[in-house]
Design a protein around this ligand. Structure first.
Ligand code: ATP
Length: 292
């Protein structure tokens, strides 16, 4: 029986200690293509939410995904993660075609996501929300606690330790035993990122992490994302409307409009691109977001 969680390393992350784990992202060199979207099409009745979308996300980068409301950003996340099956095109992860795979198959390949409205177990505590994430826990099996009580206990302790480390990183320790429903909107976003961290992903898709988050929590959130990229080499694709956050976090920004890629490039260049400004505001003389 596999007991992979026993070997989970503590935070702060240490690449050398992690190398014995099987995460392909830990061995793959940064900068190569992690995610490729080729000609993706998704129709809802007569509406083409994705209309031949093409984009690439390089390994180890934080890539922003921006575009006006209804551009198709969330639909893209749904297609990547198996929540929606596209009508055409391909999703490639590290060169493997994962188009149309079920959500659990995509998750098993190292892709985790968050949602615009965090999906948490509201009645469970913050700590329990984290501890539920790692799959294949021995205690969940009917006979596990009877046949291997020591192994179940040790595994649970390892998961608890890791969850406490995640809470520490996200500055949520004092809320460990509070029910998730008592958290503020911003704290829920942090907890959702924590759940993603418990899954040890290679690629993380964040859907509007900054929405409804106050400036202090935003700094904690941004710092955690940067740290995960630096120390774990985790790749991020981030839908975000807050251009200040995009400018701070992202190496590259992809702009989508009406289900297609409009342009891509460094945040500053993209923000001043007349085509982008027009897509957002209908006025090529304006600029998108705040000046930094
Ligand atoms: N399940 C669905 N059924 C019908 N239409 C849908 C469905 N999901 C999305 N759409 C439509 O597809 C288009 C793209 O929606 P999507 O949510 O992907 O856009 P978005 O870029 O994420 O927008 P926002 O920034 O407002 O969240 C929209 O016109 C939306 O109304």
């Amino acid at each position: 029986m596999r007991w992979h969680l026993r070997s989970l390393p503590p935070f702060p992350f240490d690449r050398a200690r992690l190398s014995h784990l099987n995460g392909r992202h830990l061995h793959a060199p940064p900068g190569g293509r992690c995610l490729e979207i080729r000609g993706l099409v998704k129709r809802f009745g007569g509406l083409r939410a994705l209309d031949g979308l093409e984009l690439e996300v390089r390994r180890g980068t934080i890539t922003g995904l921006i575009g006006p409301n209804g551009a198709g950003k969330s639909t893209l996340f749904d297609c990547i993660t198996g929540f929606t099956v596209p009508d055409g095109g391909q999703v490639l992860l590290d060169g493997e075609d994962i188009t149309g795979m079920a959500p659990h198959e995509v998750f098993a390949r190292g892709i985790s996501r968050t949602f615009q409205i965090p999906r948490l177990h509201r009645r469970l505590s913050v700590l329990e929300n984290l501890m539920l994430v790692p799959p294949g826990q021995l205690g969940e099996r009917l006979a596990g606690p009877w046949l291997r009580p020591g192994a179940v206990r040790r595994q649970e302790e390892a998961i608890r330790r890791r969850a406490l480390e995640v809470l520490d990183l996200l500055e949520l320790t004092r809320l460990a035993h509070a029910p998730a429903e008592h958290l503020s909107g911003g704290q829920r976003k942090l907890l959702e990122l924590g759940r993603v961290m418990m899954a040890d992903p290679a690629l993380v898709l964040l859907d509007e992490p900054g929405a409804g988050v106050n400036p202090t929590l935003m700094r904690t959130l941004a710092a955690a994302i940067e740290r995960l990229r630096e120390e774990r080499g985790i790749t991020f694709l981030v839908i975000e409307h807050d251009m200040e956050l995009v400018a701070r976090l992202c190496d590259e920004v992809v702009v989508v409009s009406e289900g297609r890629k409009l342009t891509a490039g460094p945040p500053d260049a993209v923000r001043k691109d007349p085509a982008v400004v027009e897509a957002y505001l209908g006025d090529p003389r304006a600029t998108v977001g705040v000046e930094t």
